[in-house]
Ligand binder design. Structure first.
Ligand SMILES: [Zn+2]
Length: 288
């Protein structure tokens, strides 16, 4: 058959115009990784986010669709260190021998999870440190070059430009944190240890030490005491979790409730840079 006929036939069969330059199909577990993939890959990649916006990776249950997506993908990007405790199963089920897996936490100096976060020993929230994020960019760049060597230069250029932006973000956050009058804060779930380590902040207490597990009365009293001891009375909630408990704590301790978002992918916080600027502004409002 002539190419034109094939083209028209493909259009009728699938309803889409076939593209001759296949884009690399990329699956990212959480929104920040999907954004990193788009920043590095640009128009050469087709990025799909596995977790729906507003979902928590700690309680996510993969759908049959997720297995399907991974079986068709060229690259799968995960945080690793136990965050995607469900990943191994779906990767096995997808049986995709060509799949390149990016483990964002490989080689990263991991913090021990001080709060038995889902009964795992390493704290997986590495992406909230922009310096570590910069290293993740390099891992994604290498994976894309491996999957699609023809466009190596494109990936290299995008990655280095984006690392530059992350470095600017890092400088901006450092500068703003210097002006804080308190360094301690109370967060909803234990996601902010890498962020705190990077910028010299301290998580004084965590409301939900294990995702999905409500704090008992003893723990509640401890948190309320902590908040009262900190000069700036604020408690942070997160959009992936029910804010009710935090509101009770806030009421009893006379604290304000503010939002921190470790994942983003929602309106106004679609990109990682927007997400981190949102978070630093929220923390600043509480601690300056
Ligand atoms: Zn988490």
């Amino acid at each position: 058959m002539k190419p034109l006929i094939l083209f028209v036939l493909a259009f009728f069969l699938t309803g889409v115009v076939p593209s001759y330059a296949e884009k690399t199909k990329v699956i990212a577990s959480i929104a920040p990784l999907a954004d990193f993939a788009r920043q590095v890959g640009g128009e050469k990649v087709d990025v799909k986010l596995l977790l729906p916006p507003g979902a928590s990776p700690h309680t996510y249950e993969p759908t049959p669709r997720a297995i399907q997506d991974i079986s068709n993908a060229g690259v799968f990007i995960k945080i690793g260190s136990g965050l995607e405790f469900w990943a191994e199963k779906i990767i096995k089920a997808a049986a995709n021998k060509k799949l390149i897996i990016v483990d964002s936490s490989s080689g990263v100096s991991l913090l021990r999870d001080p709060h038995s976060h889902g009964h795992r020993s390493a704290d997986p929230h590495i992406w909230l440190d922009p310096f570590i994020a910069s290293g993740i960019i390099t891992k994604i760049e290498n994976a894309f070059i491996k999957a699609d060597p023809e466009n190596s230069e494109h990936y290299r250029l995008n990655a280095s430009q984006y690392r530059e932006k992350l470095s600017e973000l890092d400088t901006e956050i450092s500068g703003r944190v210097k002006e804080f009058s308190t360094k301690e804060y109370v967060t909803f779930h234990p996601a902010w240890n890498y962020f705190s380590r990077r910028y010299g902040l301290q998580v004084a207490a965590v409301i939900e030490e294990s995702p999905g597990k409500e704090p008992g009365p003893k723990h509640m009293q401890k948190i309320i005491k902590k908040i009262k001891a900190i000069g700036k009375k604020v408690v942070f909630v997160e959009p992936q979790f029910n804010p009710k408990i935090a509101e009770v704590i806030a009421k009893e301790s006379g604290a304000k409730v503010l939002y921190l978002d470790p994942i983003g992918g929602q309106k106004g916080r679609e990109t990682y840079l927007d997400l981190m600027k949102y978070n630093i502004s929220a923390i600043e409002k509480a601690m300056k």
